[in-house]
Design a protein around this ligand. Sequence first.
Ligand code: AMP
Length: 398
Amino acid sequence: MEDDTRTPAEKAHPGPATEGSAPVASSPTTTSAAGTNSSGPLPLRHGHELPFVAAPSSYLRPKPISRTMSDNRASGPLDKEQMQGLRGVREFLKVRTSYDVLPLSFRLVVLDNNLLIKKSLNILIQNGIVSAPLWDSQNSAFAGLLTSTDFINVIQYYCQFPDEIAHIDQFRLSSLRDIERAIGVLPLETVSVHPMRPLYEACRRMLKTRARRIPLVDRDDETGREMVVSVITQYRILKFIAVNNEQYTMLLKKPVRELGLGTYKDLATATMGSSVLDVIHLMVKYNISAVPIIDKDNRVLNLFEAVDVIPCIKGGAYDELSATVGEALSRRAEEFGGIYTCNEDDRLDAIFDTIRKSRVHRLIVVDDDNRLKGIISLSDILKYVLLYGEEDDDIRGN
Ligand code: AMP
């Protein structure tokens, strides 16, 4: 199961092409902004449109009456309401299981560990998915999760050992751990949860390990062997919370600024003219899954996500990583969901409304001139919802 299986709620509110969203590069004015960078005009592919950027949208903005309430941020009732909302959501996560998050029907692509990495890439692309659980068929056991991080590791391997390019095509998924060792990255903990355990547990485990997705692994009663049931993502969990807890999320009236939600300092950014490889290095260095693409005035033009790496190396084209971000983004799938922005004065209840209605994977915080202020990832929201005001904060330091 992947993010492409939409819940009925998502189908009812398809995507971000809503009021307030504007195609960045398809209008003449913004084309020149998007195409201008320190190294000259951006060589955008003909016919390519940069994605929709949902400007601080009307539904993210507090209504005037609510603004007065958020201004009154030190007031006890608002704090109480906020805590009441958070407690409600936490209780919900404790009584629901990970299994509950799954849509009624979904597809699961599991890849054999013995498959060539190159082939696995094609399978992901053909199926329109960005990750897949791995299966060790020799031992009939779950063998981890293939994600864009693995492909980024292969790219790093290629950078460190360029002479190995001839062999890279022959690497199998089972060699991913060797690649991690060779480039000196710590292997990701292979965490999984039982589908019938409380959802709260899956969330805690995700926060603790910084995993953005977690496989649900059960055991067959008869054979005693592991079975991969599905994979749930932070995206799907937050959507599930938003769709089912409106009565609680509407109590989360504090603005982003007051909550300190997200990251505002030492932001990793790039320009349209940066090379894909440079952006990949930034993602590795900061351990992040997306880099805002800005112009010389710090205005947000786009976002390069870890999943954007996948089409770049399609067919083993590792040497094309010197291409610019602009070129790489032009290879994005047509159905790319768009970019969501918000303002520091937007409130968490409004953010949950957006999550409920759209395919939000993170929010870029901008000012009224679309200048970059910060970034709120789904892990930031999940962390706040689970841990704010909790005594037990062993995850917070991660
Ligand atoms: P993510 O990789 O999106 O799960 O984000 C992990 C953490 O890094 C979160 O606390 C984000 O706020 C932060 N973060 C995400 N993107 C960036 C970025 N481009 N620069 C700095 N921090 C970021």
